[in-house]
Each structure stands twice: as structure tokens, then as C-alpha cells.
Design a protein around this ligand. Structure first.
Ligand code: AKG
Length: 289
């Protein structure tokens, strides 16, 4: 049982599932309107990349006519893994659409059910353009906690959200249920993709069967930072766009070594909740002067 629960919108059945299985799938948590600003932010970034590639003579067509799932795949179609990684395997830009997504009340209500109403949005969030055939797209088995082994944060909740349908072909998330109670396993850094992903060896994974989680656009998958998970390569013709957001209770390590998170919800100090301007200026919370 996670600590500090109050309020929130999860049913008892959903909470029981989360507690027992270590993850919860919430189909249709977000609708198109909820996702619109974040999707615009992603498209803005893709346009910036297209402009840069064009200016450097690396492409002759910015592919502006291609729809969201296809444009970045088209732009990178003839590029190497290294050229892809120049733009990062996950993006953490400060574009307003991402703040609006991370502050979405539907997401915060869900997180509140798990950790209570004093909610800190972690600096560790990733917009993931999983481009076809790029080695960095496949994420090896790992526990998220391997990225912050020394932080005194418990729990960190990941809210993984699909921005297109995530399928077996385009590399959906895979998890091992009930592994959330594991201690932190000894990890190594994989060396094949150039990303420095943390990874586990096959023999560390135990006997728990793997559950693939193909989900429709707008679905959220919740899990904590000890659950074993990975994702497979993208063998489709389009980008598997997703976002993984993280939230934690406010009284724990804000992990500044990973960036600046923000106070996303508070009943005790509502006036301190970070505004868009605070977030854009890298402030943890709102302070009135
Ligand atoms: O989106 C993926 O492919 C992997 C996500 C992941 O590993 C995470 O959210 O921690």
C-alpha cells in the first residue's frame, strides 16, 4: 500500500489492482482536448528539427504535409542512430504544452489517489519520439529507480501516456506484474544503442511472465519506480509518440540533479502551486514577492 492517500478519482477496485499488480491501465484517461497543447509542443519541436536539418543541407524537404505520426519518421528515414541521438532519445523541452499536460487535473486526481494531495511533478519526464528502426527506441528491462538510486523518494509514480495507439508492432510498453515490491536490482549500462540506458540481465528477471500493454491513444499506464518494464523496437512506419511523466510526494528529494520539477498540487499551500511562468523560469513553486 502506498502511503499518504487521500481524495483522488480511482475506485477501490482500481487501487486494489494497482497495489496487487503494480500497475494500472486507464483507457481514455485523456481526450483529444487534454492532449492538444502537448501535441502542438511536439509538432513545434519537430518543425525546429526539420528547419535545422534543412538549413544544414541534410534534407531537401521538410515534409510539412505529413501528419503527426509520420513526419518525424520521414525526416529521420535515412539517418543513422547517431544522427537521431543528436536530438536526444527523450525530450525535456520547456514548451508550455508540457506544463499544461503535467498539470492536467485528470492526471493529478489519479496520482492523488496513490500518494495524496501534496504532489510534486518530477523533473524526470520524457517526451518519447520512438522512431522506426532506431536502436535507441527499444528500452531494455529496467527499474526506473536505477536512475535515482540514492534519492530518498518513495514512491515515484510514472504516468505513461500514449499519444498514438501503442501496438506490438510500434513498440508498446511491456511489464512484469507484481515486481514492484522488488528491491532495487543491480543494473548495468547497455552498450548497443548509444543511450546509456540502465539495463538488467535476463537471469535477473525471474519467472514472472511478461505482459505486453498495447493501448489506444489517450491511455495512461501507472506504475512505480521498482516495477520491471521495457519496450520493444518500433517496426512500423510511424513514430510511437508517448510521454512518461513522474510524480512524487512533496516532502521528498526533488532530485535537482535531473532538472527542476514543480509543485503541481497542494491543499496545504495552494498559493505555492507553480504557474506556467514559474515552470518556464525553472522555479519549483510560486512565491509572491
Ligand atoms: O516508453 C518507453 O518505451 C519506455 C518507457 C520507460 O521505460 C519509462 O517510462 O520508464
Amino acid at each position: 500500500m502506498e502511503t499518504g492517500r487521500r481524495g483522488g478519482n480511482l475506485t477501490k477496485e482500481q487501487l486494489d489492482t494497482y497495489d496487487k499488480e503494480g500497475y494500472l491501465v486507464m483507457p481514455d484517461l485523456l481526450d483529444e482536448a487534454d492532449m492538444e497543447q502537448a501535441r502542438q509542443a511536439m509538432m513545434e519541436k519537430v518543425s525546429m528539427i526539420a528547419d535545422e536539418l534543412y538549413a544544414n543541407g541534410m534534407i531537401g524537404d521538410k515534409l510539412e504535409h505529413l501528419p503527426f505520426p509520420y513526419r518525424l519518421a520521414g525526416l529521420f528515414a535515412d539517418f543513422t542512430d547517431k544522427e537521431f541521438l543528436h536530438y536526444g532519445r527523450g525530450w525535456r523541452d520547456r514548451i508550455p504544452g508540457y506544463y499544461h499536460l503535467m498539470s492536467n487535473p485528470k492526471i493529478l486526481d489519479t496520482v492523488e489517489s496513490l500518494i495524496g494531495g501534496e504532489i510534486f511533478a518530477s523533473p524526470v519526464y520524457n517526451v518519447r519520439p520512438k522512431v522506426p528502426k532506431v536502436a535507441a527506441g527499444a528500452v531494455p528491462w529496467h527499474q526506473d529507480k536505477s536512475y535515482w538510486p540514492d534519492a530518498n523518494v518513495n514512491p515515484v509514480i510514472t504516468v505513461w501516456i500514449s499519444f498514438v495507439d501503442a501496438t506490438l508492432e510500434n513498440g508498446c510498453l511491456h511489464i512484469k506484474p507484481r515486481t514492484q515490491r522488488n528491491k532495487l536490482l543491480e543494473w548495468h549500462q547497455e552498450s548497443y544503442s548509444g543511450t546509456g540506458y540502465t539495463a538488467l540481465h535476463e537471469q535477473q528477471l525471474g519467472k514472472t511472465p511478461t505482459v505486453p500493454l498495447p493501448v489506444k491513444v489517450g491511455t495512461a499506464i501507472l506504475f512505480n519506480d521498482r516495477l520491471l518494464h521495457m519496450s520493444t523496437p518500433n517496426n512500423s512506419d510511424h513514430v510511437r509518440w508517448s510521454v512518461d511523466l513522474r510524480y512524487q510526494p512533496t516532502d521528498q528529494d526533488p532530485m535537482p540533479q535531473h532538472g527542476t520539477g514543480f509543485l503541481a498540487r497542494s491543499y496545504l499551500y495552494p498559493e505555492r502551486v507553480a504557474t506556467l511562468e514559474d515552470w518556464m523560469d525553472n522555479r519549483l513553486e510560486h512565491t509572491s514577492v
